[in-house]
Design a binder for this molecule. Structure first.
Ligand code: GDP
Length: 295
């Protein structure tokens, strides 16, 4: 289970950001490949805006996690998109053990040439060394803990990387830092803040909840009307001036949410909706499609 601190009492002050960058820059020197985890439900919004600068020219594998919760069509498009941008990319469901081996395989593939060159130069064969990076809640601890075969979450959700970290051997030819690099999302961008809130990775209260509810309902009506119909028997007509109030009333009725002082309990409706969005029970949803963004 996620360290709930990830949700998300971290305040990313400039000092934290500078520290995170500095610590990661140090570790970068001794690694061969960066495994950058992003959430497949919002593969742009869940990226750190400065990842290129932070990781310099290190080979990087972008891993879209939680593919089981995202829309498969978009996941494919996003993987292709990142590949077209010149990165290695793949999608995984970290609840499935086979997927871990695929990530390691891909790292081996990316570094094959480099390792062969080293061998040709007469250098002693050595293990590939990797580091996991990403914003909170994208699956970093899940990934590392599973590979390291341990249950507890390490204190990975602090800005930067913790001091007492170790390199662990996962396979004869593959090593990993046992704590991830924790980076910040670009929350000053409204589109990003909204998506990150919908992923459940920040306290939704950083945004006005009703705005988030309206934006989500609008997006779902335009992109996933079938899911709304299946989950809430809801069909929204966005041209109807009253659609917002009607949507609240409808969900309250269908899900038998008790009125509050004779009125629809809007807070309860939103709480229910957001929890069902976050845990995937409404369906596999992706909140953004690839656009010409700077990655
Ligand atoms: P971190 O903050 O980046 O270390 O994220 P965690 O490893 O704590 O993961 C956050 C939450 O996402 C946990 O509840 C995980 O079980 C869940 N999670 C991670 N990866 C996946 C995935 O591929 N699929 C699903 N369904 N859940 C995942």
């Amino acid at each position: 289970m996620a360290n709930q601190n990830a949700k998300m009492n971290i305040h990313w002050f400039p000092g934290h950001m500078a520290k995170a960058r500095r610590e990661i820059s140090e570790k970068i020197k001794v690694i061969d490949i960066v495994i950058e985890l992003v959430d497949a439900r919002a593969p742009y919004s869940s990226k750190n805006p400065m990842i290129n600068e932070i990781t310099k020219n290190k080979p990087r594998l972008i891993v879209l996690t939680k593919k089981d919760m995202a829309d498969d069509r978009y996941t494919k498009q996003w993987v292709q998109y990142y590949e077209q941008c010149g990165y290695q990319a793949m999608s995984v469901n970290l609840k499935n053990f086979n997927e871990y081996q695929k990530v390691i395989e891909k790292c081996r593939h990316v570094l094959k040439e480099k390792m062969e060159k080293e061998k040709a130069r007469g250098l002693k064969p050595r293990a590939i060394r990797a580091m996991v990076l990403g914003i909170p809640n994208v699956g970093k601890s899940t990934f590392i803990n599973k590979l390291a075969n341990r249950k507890a979450t390490v204190t990975g959700n602090k800005p930067g990387v913790t001091k007492a970290q170790q390199i662990i051997r996962i396979a004869k030819d593959f090593e990993l830092f046992d704590t991830p690099g924790v980076l910040w999302p670009k929350l000053d961008d409204e589109h990003v803040a909204k998506n990150i809130a919908l992923l459940g990775s920040i306290k939704q209260s950083i945004l006005p909840l009703d705005d988030l509810f309206i934006a989500a309902m609008r997006y779902l009506t335009e992109n996933y009307p079938q899911l709304l119909k299946e989950r809430y028997q809801l069909e929204i007509d966005l041209d109807d001036d009253n659609w917002i109030v009607e949507t609240f009333d409808h969900i309250a009725k269908v899900r038998k949410i008790k009125p509050l002082r004779g009125e629809t309990d809007y807070d309860r409706v939103m709480e229910l909706f957001f929890s069902e969005i976050n845990d995937g029970s409404i369906g596999q949803i992706t909140w953004e499609s690839p656009t010409c963004v700077n990655v």
